[in-house]
Ligand binder design. Structure first.
Ligand code: HEM
Length: 496
Protein backbone atom coordinates (compact mmCIF):
# COMPACT_ATOMS: atom_id res chain seq x y z
CA UNK A 1 0.00 0.00 0.00
CA UNK A 2 2.94 2.29 0.91
CA UNK A 3 4.31 1.87 -2.67
CA UNK A 4 0.96 1.94 -4.46
CA UNK A 5 0.18 5.58 -3.75
CA UNK A 6 3.47 6.98 -5.20
CA UNK A 7 3.03 4.70 -8.29
CA UNK A 8 -0.53 5.93 -8.78
CA UNK A 9 0.55 9.52 -8.29
CA UNK A 10 3.38 9.03 -10.80
CA UNK A 11 0.99 7.46 -13.32
CA UNK A 12 -1.48 10.33 -12.85
CA UNK A 13 1.29 12.91 -13.31
CA UNK A 14 2.42 11.17 -16.54
CA UNK A 15 -1.17 10.98 -17.78
CA UNK A 16 -1.83 14.67 -17.09
CA UNK A 17 1.56 15.62 -18.58
CA UNK A 18 0.81 13.51 -21.67
CA UNK A 19 -2.65 15.03 -22.08
CA UNK A 20 -1.13 18.48 -21.65
CA UNK A 21 1.43 17.78 -24.37
CA UNK A 22 -1.35 16.42 -26.57
CA UNK A 23 -3.13 19.75 -26.18
CA UNK A 24 -6.14 18.33 -24.34
CA UNK A 25 -6.31 21.24 -21.88
CA UNK A 26 -5.93 24.09 -24.32
CA UNK A 27 -8.96 26.37 -24.21
CA UNK A 28 -9.79 29.53 -26.10
CA UNK A 29 -8.92 32.57 -23.98
CA UNK A 30 -10.84 35.86 -24.14
CA UNK A 31 -9.77 37.89 -27.19
CA UNK A 32 -8.30 34.87 -29.02
CA UNK A 33 -9.60 33.63 -32.41
CA UNK A 34 -12.09 30.71 -32.40
CA UNK A 35 -10.24 27.48 -31.53
CA UNK A 36 -10.97 24.17 -33.32
CA UNK A 37 -8.85 21.30 -32.01
CA UNK A 38 -10.56 18.50 -33.94
CA UNK A 39 -11.41 15.19 -32.30
CA UNK A 40 -8.08 13.33 -32.55
CA UNK A 41 -5.71 14.32 -29.72
CA UNK A 42 -2.50 16.02 -30.89
CA UNK A 43 -3.11 15.21 -34.59
CA UNK A 44 -6.26 17.38 -34.64
CA UNK A 45 -7.39 17.99 -38.22
CA UNK A 46 -4.16 16.92 -39.90
CA UNK A 47 -5.67 14.18 -42.08
CA UNK A 48 -8.54 16.31 -43.41
CA UNK A 49 -6.16 19.22 -43.96
CA UNK A 50 -3.65 16.99 -45.74
CA UNK A 51 -6.33 15.37 -47.93
CA UNK A 52 -7.93 18.58 -49.22
CA UNK A 53 -6.53 21.83 -47.82
CA UNK A 54 -8.89 24.04 -49.82
CA UNK A 55 -12.03 22.17 -48.72
CA UNK A 56 -10.91 22.05 -45.09
CA UNK A 57 -10.08 25.77 -44.90
CA UNK A 58 -13.36 26.69 -46.62
CA UNK A 59 -15.24 24.58 -44.05
CA UNK A 60 -13.38 26.26 -41.17
CA UNK A 61 -14.04 29.71 -42.63
CA UNK A 62 -17.76 29.00 -42.93
CA UNK A 63 -17.84 27.76 -39.33
CA UNK A 64 -15.60 30.36 -37.67
CA UNK A 65 -15.12 33.37 -39.98
CA UNK A 66 -11.92 34.67 -41.55
CA UNK A 67 -9.62 34.13 -38.52
CA UNK A 68 -9.47 30.81 -36.66
CA UNK A 69 -6.97 28.59 -34.84
CA UNK A 70 -6.79 24.88 -35.67
CA UNK A 71 -4.72 22.02 -34.30
CA UNK A 72 -2.57 20.21 -36.90
CA UNK A 73 -0.08 17.54 -35.82
CA UNK A 74 0.62 19.11 -32.41
CA UNK A 75 0.80 22.65 -33.77
CA UNK A 76 -1.74 25.39 -33.19
CA UNK A 77 -2.03 27.38 -36.39
CA UNK A 78 -4.05 30.58 -36.72
CA UNK A 79 -5.23 31.09 -40.28
CA UNK A 80 -5.83 34.59 -41.55
CA UNK A 81 -8.16 34.52 -44.55
CA UNK A 82 -9.14 38.20 -44.92
CA UNK A 83 -7.15 39.63 -47.87
CA UNK A 84 -7.53 43.21 -46.58
CA UNK A 85 -5.70 42.22 -43.41
CA UNK A 86 -2.82 40.43 -45.14
CA UNK A 87 -0.57 43.47 -44.57
CA UNK A 88 -0.68 42.79 -40.80
CA UNK A 89 0.90 39.37 -41.43
CA UNK A 90 3.29 40.36 -44.21
CA UNK A 91 4.68 43.45 -42.49
CA UNK A 92 4.84 42.18 -38.89
CA UNK A 93 8.33 42.42 -37.34
CA UNK A 94 10.59 39.34 -37.58
CA UNK A 95 10.88 39.35 -33.76
CA UNK A 96 7.18 38.50 -33.59
CA UNK A 97 6.41 36.49 -36.74
CA UNK A 98 9.44 34.59 -37.96
CA UNK A 99 9.76 32.91 -41.34
CA UNK A 100 13.30 31.64 -40.68
CA UNK A 101 12.35 29.99 -37.39
CA UNK A 102 9.53 28.20 -39.19
CA UNK A 103 11.68 27.13 -42.17
CA UNK A 104 14.57 26.21 -39.86
CA UNK A 105 12.38 23.54 -38.27
CA UNK A 106 11.04 22.45 -41.65
CA UNK A 107 14.41 22.02 -43.36
CA UNK A 108 15.80 20.13 -40.36
CA UNK A 109 12.89 17.69 -40.48
CA UNK A 110 12.65 17.33 -44.26
CA UNK A 111 16.24 17.82 -45.48
CA UNK A 112 18.42 16.99 -42.46
CA UNK A 113 19.90 20.50 -42.69
CA UNK A 114 20.73 22.63 -39.66
CA UNK A 115 22.82 25.77 -39.35
CA UNK A 116 23.07 26.86 -35.73
CA UNK A 117 25.43 29.73 -36.61
CA UNK A 118 22.93 31.08 -39.10
CA UNK A 119 22.18 34.79 -38.80
CA UNK A 120 18.76 35.28 -40.47
CA UNK A 121 19.64 38.72 -41.91
CA UNK A 122 22.87 37.54 -43.59
CA UNK A 123 21.23 34.30 -44.72
CA UNK A 124 18.44 36.26 -46.37
CA UNK A 125 20.82 38.70 -48.09
CA UNK A 126 22.88 35.84 -49.56
CA UNK A 127 19.75 34.06 -50.76
CA UNK A 128 18.33 37.03 -52.63
CA UNK A 129 21.67 38.15 -54.13
CA UNK A 130 22.49 37.01 -57.66
CA UNK A 131 18.98 36.20 -58.81
CA UNK A 132 18.43 39.57 -60.50
CA UNK A 133 20.39 42.16 -62.54
CA UNK A 134 23.52 40.93 -64.36
CA UNK A 135 23.38 37.52 -62.71
CA UNK A 136 19.87 37.05 -64.09
CA UNK A 137 21.16 37.82 -67.60
CA UNK A 138 23.76 35.05 -67.21
CA UNK A 139 21.26 32.63 -65.72
CA UNK A 140 18.84 33.29 -68.58
CA UNK A 141 21.60 32.64 -71.14
CA UNK A 142 22.52 29.40 -69.38
CA UNK A 143 18.86 28.37 -69.37
CA UNK A 144 18.51 28.91 -73.12
CA UNK A 145 21.68 26.87 -73.74
CA UNK A 146 20.55 24.02 -71.51
CA UNK A 147 16.98 24.01 -72.84
CA UNK A 148 18.40 23.69 -76.36
CA UNK A 149 20.67 20.83 -75.35
CA UNK A 150 17.72 18.97 -73.84
CA UNK A 151 14.85 19.89 -76.18
CA UNK A 152 16.56 19.58 -79.54
CA UNK A 153 18.45 16.45 -78.80
CA UNK A 154 16.81 13.53 -80.55
CA UNK A 155 19.58 11.03 -81.11
CA UNK A 156 19.67 7.66 -79.41
CA UNK A 157 23.26 7.39 -78.13
CA UNK A 158 23.28 3.59 -78.52
CA UNK A 159 22.31 3.53 -82.22
CA UNK A 160 23.26 7.11 -83.16
CA UNK A 161 19.86 7.32 -84.93
CA UNK A 162 17.29 10.11 -84.75
CA UNK A 163 14.41 8.90 -82.63
CA UNK A 164 10.97 10.01 -81.46
CA UNK A 165 10.13 9.76 -77.83
CA UNK A 166 6.55 9.71 -76.62
CA UNK A 167 5.62 11.14 -73.26
CA UNK A 168 2.76 12.85 -71.43
CA UNK A 169 2.79 16.64 -71.47
CA UNK A 170 3.14 16.84 -67.68
CA UNK A 171 6.16 14.50 -67.58
CA UNK A 172 7.71 16.21 -70.59
CA UNK A 173 7.42 19.73 -69.12
CA UNK A 174 8.53 18.68 -65.63
CA UNK A 175 11.47 16.71 -66.95
CA UNK A 176 12.82 19.39 -69.29
CA UNK A 177 12.32 22.30 -66.88
CA UNK A 178 13.82 20.46 -63.91
CA UNK A 179 16.91 19.38 -65.86
CA UNK A 180 17.53 22.71 -67.62
CA UNK A 181 16.97 24.61 -64.33
CA UNK A 182 19.30 22.27 -62.44
CA UNK A 183 22.07 22.56 -65.06
CA UNK A 184 21.72 26.36 -65.20
CA UNK A 185 22.04 26.73 -61.45
CA UNK A 186 24.51 23.94 -60.56
CA UNK A 187 26.61 24.01 -63.75
CA UNK A 188 27.65 21.71 -66.62
CA UNK A 189 30.04 18.82 -66.96
CA UNK A 190 33.34 20.31 -68.28
CA UNK A 191 34.29 19.08 -71.82
CA UNK A 192 37.88 18.46 -70.63
CA UNK A 193 36.74 15.78 -68.20
CA UNK A 194 34.91 13.84 -70.93
CA UNK A 195 37.23 14.38 -73.85
CA UNK A 196 34.97 16.61 -75.96
CA UNK A 197 31.92 18.88 -75.80
CA UNK A 198 29.43 16.38 -77.24
CA UNK A 199 30.31 13.78 -74.62
CA UNK A 200 30.05 16.41 -71.87
CA UNK A 201 26.59 17.40 -73.14
CA UNK A 202 25.57 13.75 -73.24
CA UNK A 203 26.68 13.36 -69.61
CA UNK A 204 24.68 16.46 -68.63
CA UNK A 205 21.63 14.86 -70.22
CA UNK A 206 21.98 11.46 -68.56
CA UNK A 207 22.97 12.75 -65.11
CA UNK A 208 20.17 15.31 -64.99
CA UNK A 209 17.67 12.66 -66.09
CA UNK A 210 18.64 10.37 -63.20
CA UNK A 211 18.38 13.31 -60.80
CA UNK A 212 14.92 14.15 -62.12
CA UNK A 213 13.47 10.67 -61.47
CA UNK A 214 14.89 10.54 -57.94
CA UNK A 215 13.57 14.06 -57.32
CA UNK A 216 10.03 12.97 -58.34
CA UNK A 217 10.17 10.16 -55.77
CA UNK A 218 11.28 12.52 -53.00
CA UNK A 219 8.65 15.07 -53.98
CA UNK A 220 5.92 12.41 -53.57
CA UNK A 221 7.00 11.68 -50.01
CA UNK A 222 7.42 15.34 -49.05
CA UNK A 223 3.90 16.16 -47.72
CA UNK A 224 3.83 13.09 -45.43
CA UNK A 225 7.37 13.88 -44.32
CA UNK A 226 6.30 17.44 -43.52
CA UNK A 227 3.34 16.33 -41.40
CA UNK A 228 5.35 13.51 -39.75
CA UNK A 229 3.07 10.70 -40.98
CA UNK A 230 5.53 8.65 -43.11
CA UNK A 231 5.42 4.86 -42.75
CA UNK A 232 8.75 3.20 -41.67
CA UNK A 233 9.23 1.81 -45.23
CA UNK A 234 8.80 5.25 -46.79
CA UNK A 235 11.06 6.76 -44.13
CA UNK A 236 13.83 4.37 -45.18
CA UNK A 237 13.36 5.23 -48.86
CA UNK A 238 13.38 8.96 -48.04
CA UNK A 239 16.69 8.52 -46.22
CA UNK A 240 18.14 6.76 -49.29
CA UNK A 241 16.98 9.60 -51.53
CA UNK A 242 18.43 12.24 -49.22
CA UNK A 243 21.80 10.45 -49.21
CA UNK A 244 21.67 10.25 -53.00
CA UNK A 245 21.11 14.03 -53.33
CA UNK A 246 23.68 14.97 -50.68
CA UNK A 247 26.20 12.97 -52.68
CA UNK A 248 25.12 14.25 -56.13
CA UNK A 249 25.21 17.87 -54.93
CA UNK A 250 28.31 17.50 -52.74
CA UNK A 251 30.25 20.73 -52.68
CA UNK A 252 33.44 19.13 -54.16
CA UNK A 253 31.43 17.74 -57.11
CA UNK A 254 29.65 21.03 -57.81
CA UNK A 255 32.94 22.95 -57.69
CA UNK A 256 34.34 20.77 -60.49
CA UNK A 257 31.56 21.89 -62.85
CA UNK A 258 31.68 24.60 -65.52
CA UNK A 259 29.19 27.51 -65.55
CA UNK A 260 28.10 27.23 -61.89
CA UNK A 261 25.70 30.08 -61.19
CA UNK A 262 26.95 32.97 -59.07
CA UNK A 263 23.99 32.28 -56.82
CA UNK A 264 25.14 28.78 -55.79
CA UNK A 265 28.81 29.80 -55.74
CA UNK A 266 28.12 32.76 -53.45
CA UNK A 267 25.93 30.78 -51.07
CA UNK A 268 28.55 28.03 -50.77
CA UNK A 269 31.23 30.66 -50.07
CA UNK A 270 29.12 32.45 -47.46
CA UNK A 271 28.23 29.22 -45.65
CA UNK A 272 31.87 28.06 -45.64
CA UNK A 273 33.07 31.45 -44.35
CA UNK A 274 30.37 31.26 -41.67
CA UNK A 275 32.04 28.05 -40.42
CA UNK A 276 29.49 25.53 -41.66
CA UNK A 277 31.00 22.12 -42.38
CA UNK A 278 31.06 20.86 -45.98
CA UNK A 279 28.61 17.99 -45.43
CA UNK A 280 26.01 20.50 -44.16
CA UNK A 281 26.61 22.79 -47.14
CA UNK A 282 25.95 19.83 -49.45
CA UNK A 283 22.69 19.22 -47.59
CA UNK A 284 21.81 22.87 -48.09
CA UNK A 285 22.38 22.47 -51.83
CA UNK A 286 19.48 20.02 -51.88
CA UNK A 287 17.27 22.53 -50.02
CA UNK A 288 18.06 25.04 -52.79
CA UNK A 289 17.45 22.51 -55.55
CA UNK A 290 14.09 21.64 -54.03
CA UNK A 291 13.04 25.30 -53.65
CA UNK A 292 14.12 26.08 -57.22
CA UNK A 293 12.61 23.09 -58.98
CA UNK A 294 9.52 21.87 -57.17
CA UNK A 295 7.03 24.26 -58.80
CA UNK A 296 8.60 25.17 -62.09
CA UNK A 297 7.72 22.06 -64.13
CA UNK A 298 4.06 21.87 -63.08
CA UNK A 299 3.51 25.59 -63.76
CA UNK A 300 5.10 25.29 -67.23
CA UNK A 301 2.93 22.28 -67.96
CA UNK A 302 -0.22 24.20 -67.07
CA UNK A 303 0.77 27.21 -69.16
CA UNK A 304 1.44 25.03 -72.19
CA UNK A 305 -1.80 23.13 -71.70
CA UNK A 306 -3.84 26.33 -71.35
CA UNK A 307 -2.25 27.75 -74.50
CA UNK A 308 -2.97 24.56 -76.43
CA UNK A 309 -6.59 24.52 -75.23
CA UNK A 310 -7.22 28.22 -75.89
CA UNK A 311 -6.40 29.00 -79.54
CA UNK A 312 -7.06 32.73 -79.05
CA UNK A 313 -4.49 32.82 -76.24
CA UNK A 314 -1.96 30.82 -78.28
CA UNK A 315 -2.46 33.14 -81.27
CA UNK A 316 -1.99 36.26 -79.11
CA UNK A 317 1.17 34.88 -77.48
CA UNK A 318 2.64 33.62 -80.78
CA UNK A 319 1.88 36.96 -82.45
CA UNK A 320 3.68 38.81 -79.67
CA UNK A 321 6.67 36.45 -79.69
CA UNK A 322 7.03 36.59 -83.50
CA UNK A 323 6.98 40.39 -83.32
CA UNK A 324 9.71 40.50 -80.66
CA UNK A 325 11.84 37.99 -82.56
CA UNK A 326 11.48 39.94 -85.81
CA UNK A 327 12.38 43.20 -84.07
CA UNK A 328 15.55 41.49 -82.85
CA UNK A 329 16.30 40.18 -86.36
CA UNK A 330 15.37 36.53 -85.75
CA UNK A 331 13.08 34.29 -87.75
CA UNK A 332 12.02 30.81 -86.76
CA UNK A 333 12.40 28.38 -89.67
CA UNK A 334 12.34 24.59 -89.83
CA UNK A 335 15.98 23.50 -89.67
CA UNK A 336 17.06 27.13 -89.19
CA UNK A 337 19.52 28.39 -86.58
CA UNK A 338 18.57 28.16 -82.91
CA UNK A 339 17.17 31.29 -81.32
CA UNK A 340 19.10 32.97 -78.55
CA UNK A 341 16.39 34.16 -76.15
CA UNK A 342 17.76 36.93 -73.97
CA UNK A 343 16.38 38.59 -70.85
CA UNK A 344 15.83 41.78 -72.90
CA UNK A 345 13.55 39.91 -75.32
CA UNK A 346 11.64 38.36 -72.43
CA UNK A 347 10.95 41.82 -70.99
CA UNK A 348 8.92 42.81 -74.06
CA UNK A 349 6.12 40.29 -73.74
CA UNK A 350 3.19 41.73 -71.73
CA UNK A 351 0.69 39.25 -73.21
CA UNK A 352 2.83 36.27 -72.24
CA UNK A 353 3.39 37.88 -68.82
CA UNK A 354 -0.35 38.05 -68.29
CA UNK A 355 -0.78 34.41 -69.39
CA UNK A 356 1.97 33.35 -66.94
CA UNK A 357 0.39 35.33 -64.09
CA UNK A 358 -3.00 33.81 -64.86
CA UNK A 359 -1.46 30.33 -64.81
CA UNK A 360 0.21 31.06 -61.46
CA UNK A 361 -3.10 32.38 -60.07
CA UNK A 362 -4.91 29.20 -61.05
CA UNK A 363 -2.32 26.57 -60.20
CA UNK A 364 0.01 27.75 -57.42
CA UNK A 365 -1.33 27.47 -53.89
CA UNK A 366 1.38 28.27 -51.32
CA UNK A 367 0.73 27.96 -47.61
CA UNK A 368 2.56 30.94 -46.11
CA UNK A 369 3.56 30.21 -42.50
CA UNK A 370 5.37 31.98 -39.68
CA UNK A 371 6.41 30.96 -36.16
CA UNK A 372 4.95 33.21 -33.43
CA UNK A 373 7.93 34.23 -31.27
CA UNK A 374 6.12 36.60 -28.85
CA UNK A 375 2.56 37.00 -27.61
CA UNK A 376 1.07 39.48 -30.04
CA UNK A 377 -2.07 41.24 -31.21
CA UNK A 378 -3.29 40.76 -34.75
CA UNK A 379 -4.91 44.00 -35.92
CA UNK A 380 -7.43 43.42 -38.70
CA UNK A 381 -8.22 45.99 -41.42
CA UNK A 382 -11.78 46.44 -40.07
CA UNK A 383 -10.58 47.22 -36.53
CA UNK A 384 -11.03 43.77 -34.95
CA UNK A 385 -8.13 42.60 -32.77
CA UNK A 386 -7.07 39.07 -31.81
CA UNK A 387 -4.50 37.83 -29.28
CA UNK A 388 -2.08 35.30 -30.73
CA UNK A 389 0.00 33.08 -28.42
CA UNK A 390 3.76 32.72 -28.44
CA UNK A 391 4.75 29.22 -29.65
CA UNK A 392 1.86 28.95 -32.12
CA UNK A 393 2.02 29.39 -35.89
CA UNK A 394 0.27 31.86 -38.14
CA UNK A 395 -0.58 31.09 -41.76
CA UNK A 396 -2.28 32.45 -44.86
CA UNK A 397 -3.62 30.44 -47.78
CA UNK A 398 -4.07 33.07 -50.50
CA UNK A 399 -5.31 30.57 -53.06
CA UNK A 400 -8.78 30.44 -51.46
CA UNK A 401 -8.75 33.93 -49.91
CA UNK A 402 -7.63 35.73 -53.08
CA UNK A 403 -6.76 33.68 -56.18
CA UNK A 404 -10.19 32.11 -56.63
CA UNK A 405 -12.37 34.73 -54.95
CA UNK A 406 -15.01 35.51 -57.63
CA UNK A 407 -15.31 39.11 -56.42
CA UNK A 408 -11.62 39.77 -57.03
CA UNK A 409 -11.28 37.57 -60.11
CA UNK A 410 -14.65 37.05 -61.85
CA UNK A 411 -15.21 33.55 -63.29
CA UNK A 412 -12.22 32.50 -61.16
CA UNK A 413 -11.82 28.90 -62.35
CA UNK A 414 -11.47 29.84 -66.02
CA UNK A 415 -8.20 30.62 -67.77
CA UNK A 416 -8.28 34.14 -69.21
CA UNK A 417 -4.91 34.91 -70.74
CA UNK A 418 -5.54 38.69 -70.71
CA UNK A 419 -6.86 38.94 -67.12
CA UNK A 420 -3.74 40.88 -66.11
CA UNK A 421 -3.74 43.25 -69.10
CA UNK A 422 -5.31 46.71 -69.34
CA UNK A 423 -7.07 47.60 -72.63
CA UNK A 424 -3.99 49.68 -73.59
CA UNK A 425 -1.77 46.58 -73.24
CA UNK A 426 -0.12 47.61 -69.96
CA UNK A 427 -0.06 45.40 -66.85
CA UNK A 428 -3.30 45.42 -64.88
CA UNK A 429 -2.86 45.85 -61.13
CA UNK A 430 -6.28 47.19 -60.07
CA UNK A 431 -8.50 44.51 -58.54
CA UNK A 432 -11.42 45.12 -56.18
CA UNK A 433 -13.51 43.35 -53.56
CA UNK A 434 -16.69 44.97 -52.27
CA UNK A 435 -15.63 48.18 -54.03
CA UNK A 436 -12.30 48.31 -52.15
CA UNK A 437 -8.96 47.92 -53.91
CA UNK A 438 -7.13 44.69 -53.04
CA UNK A 439 -3.38 45.13 -52.65
CA UNK A 440 -2.45 41.44 -52.58
CA UNK A 441 -4.53 40.28 -55.56
CA UNK A 442 -2.32 37.22 -56.24
CA UNK A 443 0.48 35.76 -54.10
CA UNK A 444 2.12 32.82 -55.92
CA UNK A 445 5.56 33.99 -54.74
CA UNK A 446 4.55 34.70 -51.12
CA UNK A 447 5.09 38.22 -49.80
CA UNK A 448 7.24 40.32 -47.50
CA UNK A 449 10.62 39.11 -46.22
CA UNK A 450 10.15 35.58 -47.46
CA UNK A 451 8.94 36.46 -50.96
CA UNK A 452 10.49 34.03 -53.46
CA UNK A 453 13.93 35.40 -54.43
CA UNK A 454 13.89 33.21 -57.57
CA UNK A 455 10.68 34.71 -59.00
CA UNK A 456 12.39 36.65 -61.83
CA UNK A 457 14.43 33.66 -62.91
CA UNK A 458 11.42 31.35 -62.55
CA UNK A 459 9.27 33.61 -64.73
CA UNK A 460 12.02 33.69 -67.37
CA UNK A 461 12.38 29.90 -67.27
CA UNK A 462 8.65 29.40 -67.82
CA UNK A 463 8.59 31.98 -70.61
CA UNK A 464 11.69 30.59 -72.34
CA UNK A 465 10.27 27.09 -72.32
CA UNK A 466 6.87 28.13 -73.64
CA UNK A 467 8.32 30.51 -76.27
CA UNK A 468 10.65 27.82 -77.61
CA UNK A 469 7.85 25.27 -77.53
CA UNK A 470 5.22 27.55 -79.09
CA UNK A 471 7.49 28.87 -81.82
CA UNK A 472 9.16 25.63 -82.88
CA UNK A 473 6.36 23.16 -82.30
CA UNK A 474 6.36 21.91 -85.88
CA UNK A 475 10.06 22.35 -86.53
CA UNK A 476 12.53 20.70 -84.17
CA UNK A 477 10.64 19.08 -81.37
CA UNK A 478 12.14 15.77 -80.33
CA UNK A 479 9.14 14.50 -78.48
CA UNK A 480 5.69 13.60 -79.64
CA UNK A 481 3.52 15.19 -77.02
CA UNK A 482 0.45 13.29 -75.98
CA UNK A 483 -1.70 14.26 -73.07
CA UNK A 484 -4.65 12.75 -71.36
CA UNK A 485 -7.01 15.54 -70.61
CA UNK A 486 -9.55 13.53 -68.66
CA UNK A 487 -6.87 12.41 -66.19
CA UNK A 488 -5.70 15.99 -65.75
CA UNK A 489 -9.11 17.51 -65.14
CA UNK A 490 -9.91 14.84 -62.55
CA UNK A 491 -7.20 16.06 -60.22
CA UNK A 492 -8.11 19.73 -59.94
CA UNK A 493 -11.04 22.10 -60.01
CA UNK A 494 -9.58 24.06 -62.92
CA UNK A 495 -11.53 24.31 -66.16
CA UNK A 496 -9.26 23.86 -69.12
C1 HEM B 1 7.06 28.68 -60.39
C2 HEM B 1 8.13 28.63 -59.66
C3 HEM B 1 8.24 29.07 -58.22
C4 HEM B 1 7.26 29.35 -57.29
C5 HEM B 1 5.75 29.28 -57.49
C6 HEM B 1 7.92 29.72 -56.06
C7 HEM B 1 7.26 30.09 -54.89
C8 HEM B 1 7.89 30.40 -53.71
C9 HEM B 1 7.21 30.83 -52.51
C10 HEM B 1 5.71 30.98 -52.35
C11 HEM B 1 8.17 31.05 -51.56
C12 HEM B 1 7.98 31.65 -50.18
C13 HEM B 1 7.32 30.84 -49.23
C14 HEM B 1 6.83 31.63 -48.03
O1 HEM B 1 6.79 32.86 -47.97
O2 HEM B 1 6.43 30.93 -47.13
C15 HEM B 1 9.45 30.73 -52.16
C16 HEM B 1 10.64 30.78 -51.48
C17 HEM B 1 11.85 30.52 -52.07
N1 HEM B 1 12.09 30.30 -53.40
FE1 HEM B 1 10.71 30.13 -54.87
N2 HEM B 1 9.28 29.67 -56.26
C18 HEM B 1 9.53 29.29 -57.55
C19 HEM B 1 10.76 29.15 -58.16
C20 HEM B 1 11.96 29.39 -57.56
C21 HEM B 1 13.24 29.37 -58.22
C22 HEM B 1 13.46 29.12 -59.71
C23 HEM B 1 14.19 29.62 -57.27
C24 HEM B 1 15.69 29.73 -57.39
C25 HEM B 1 16.40 29.73 -58.46
C26 HEM B 1 13.50 29.77 -56.00
C27 HEM B 1 14.12 29.98 -54.79
C28 HEM B 1 13.44 30.15 -53.59
C29 HEM B 1 14.12 30.23 -52.30
C30 HEM B 1 15.62 30.10 -52.06
C31 HEM B 1 13.11 30.46 -51.33
C32 HEM B 1 13.31 30.60 -49.82
C33 HEM B 1 13.50 32.07 -49.46
C34 HEM B 1 13.93 32.31 -48.03
O3 HEM B 1 14.27 31.36 -47.31
O4 HEM B 1 13.89 33.50 -47.62
N3 HEM B 1 12.15 29.65 -56.23
N4 HEM B 1 9.26 30.38 -53.47
Amino acid sequence: MGLLIPILMGFLACLIGGLYVLGAFRQRRPGEPPLDKGIIPWLGHVFEFRQDTLKFLNRMKQKHGDVFTVQLGGLYITFLQDPFSYGAFVKEKREKLSFTKFTGQLVKKAFGYEDTKNDPETHHMVLIRNLSGDSLVLLTQAMTRNLQNLMFHNTDSATNQSTWKEDGLFMYSSNILFRAGYLSVFGNVPPESEGNEEKAKEKDRTESDTLFYEFCKYDQFFPDLFYGVLSPKKKKETQRLLTFFWDALAIQKVRNKDNISRWVWDIQQAKAEGGLEESMISRYMFVLLFAAEVNIGPVSFWLLLFLMKHPEAMAAVKGEVDKVLKEMGHEVQPGGPLINLTRDMLMKTPVLDSAVEETLRLTVAPLLSRAVLQDMTLKMADGREYFIRKGDRMAMFPYSAVHIDPEIHPDPHSFKYDRFLNPDGSKKTDFYKGGKKVKYYTMPWGAGVSMCPGRFFATNEIKQFSVIKASICDCHTAYLISYFLSAITNITNISV
